[in-house]
Design a protein around this ligand. Structure first.
Ligand code: NAP
Length: 341
């Protein structure tokens, strides 16, 4: 990956960041590590994880990958959502349960749902921030994180002065390079002044349907990381099939075969890069070919505004044909709603 960005700390990293939410969904650790190595070999140097990912196991996998390359990559982790403690959160127990229940998908799903119900959210006291940071540093095998993010915090959570002071004290100690908020876009205030200036980095969902960056009045005053770029893929593919005439019209105008499924993925990525023009765009993938395609796409000549606006017009036409209950759902298949990540 040839395209880089400079974080506010003057540290350079890749324009595309790799999201680690799916790391523990691989068949085994070796497979997860080979996907991380593949992304790195293609030039991806930013990795986004959270204490909660994989019930606390994702950071441990990332630790193995980070050995010998910690200083050539940037790492963001999050706190505020806590994986279950005790046996239910024990890595060995979780792995054993997964192994035993793998042949029984129904039981495995039940066990996962039960585990998910034990996850605690909204834990933003200064003590929990410090505890989570120390756990993350240990799990990641590092003495600093580049970015420490509040995971799905509200404005009230993020504004609490004791929390801000605690986070800044860790910046002063060098354990954190920068702090930020990683929440659903709807949780961000309209007015920049409401969010303490300590939060230099804002991380949120942005895609061709949400169009969040364009709605953020103070986008030029903060450093942005965006994600959920492929969320509309499944719905858009269905809409493309259902409306061949609109698709043909716009394929001619844009000189792209929009009926080709990979064309939609490519345009979703290009939109995300166009929309968040100076920040990091995250994606997650278990598929090495998709990772390579995303890097290729990001490195190629960007579309100009006119072409991107044609794509937005095309999406608007398709959205207008959908009844409200059809909505825009997860990229992993029609009718599925994504779990919080
Ligand atoms: N609160 C937060 O801060 C927050 C919230 C959500 C996500 N995130 C971060 O953002 C990362 C990105 O995750 P996301 O949830 O936003 O998902 P995403 O990247 O929008 O979508 C992931 C899905 O897209 C598919 N995909 C990726 N590249 C593709 C391609 N070229 N062609 C077709 N399909 C492709 C993947 O399938 P394959 O595996 O088959 O490639 C995967 O199912 C997460 O890992 C996490 O680190 C943060």
């Amino acid at each position: 990956m040839r395209k880089h960005v400079l974080l506010p700390t003057n540290v350079e990293t890749s324009r595309l960041g790799f999201g680690c939410v799916q790391l523990t969904a691989h068949h085994n650790r070796k497979e997860a590590l080979s996907v991380l190595e593949h992304a790195f070999s293609l030039g991806i140097t930013h990795f986004d994880v959270a204490r909660a990912y994989g019930f606390g196991r994702a950071e441990g996998i990332l630790r193995e990958f980070l050995r010998r390359k910690r200083h050539t990559v940037t790492v963001a982790t999050k706190f505020g959502i806590e994986p279950p403690s005790g046996l239910a959160g024990n890595v060995r127990v979780i792995n054993a349960v997964k192994r035993v229940l793998r042949p029984f998908p129904g039981l495995l799903r039940q066990a996962k749902n039960r585990g998910a119900a034990m996850v605690k959210t909204g834990i933003f006291t200064p003590e929990s921030a410090l505890r989570s940071l120390e756990t993350s540093l240990r799990e990641l095998g590092t003495d600093y994180v580049d970015i420490f993010l509040l995971h799905e915090a509200t404005l009230a959570d993020a504004s609490a002065a004791p929390l801000v002071e605690t986070l800044l004290s860790q910046v002063a100690k060098g354990k954190i390079r920068q702090v930020g908020v990683a929440s659903d876009f709807r949780k961000f205030p309209r007015d920049a002044d409401l969010l303490p200036a300590a939060y230099e980095i804002l991380q949120f969902n942005d895609n061709v349907v949400d169009r969040s960056v364009g709605k953020l009045a103070y986008r030029d005053r903060r450093w942005l990381i965006t994600h959920s770029i492929f969320t509309p893929a499944g719905s858009l593919r269905k809409a493309v099939q259902a409306h061949p005439q609109i698709t043909r019209d716009y394929s001619l105008r844009m000189n792209i075969d929009l009926a080709e499924p990979s064309a939609i993925d490519s345009l979703l990525l290009r939109f995300a890069l166009w929309s968040n023009a100076n920040g990091i765009v995250l994606f997650s993938s278990k598929n090495p070919q998709h990772i390579a395609a995303n890097v290729r796409e990001a490195d190629s000549e960007p579309y100009d505004d006119a072409r991107m606006l044609q794509f937005l017009e095309f999406v608007d036409q398709l959205l207008a044909t959908m009844s409200p209950h059809q909505g825009v759902t997860d990229s992993r298949g029609p009718g599925t709603l994504r779990s919080p990540s």
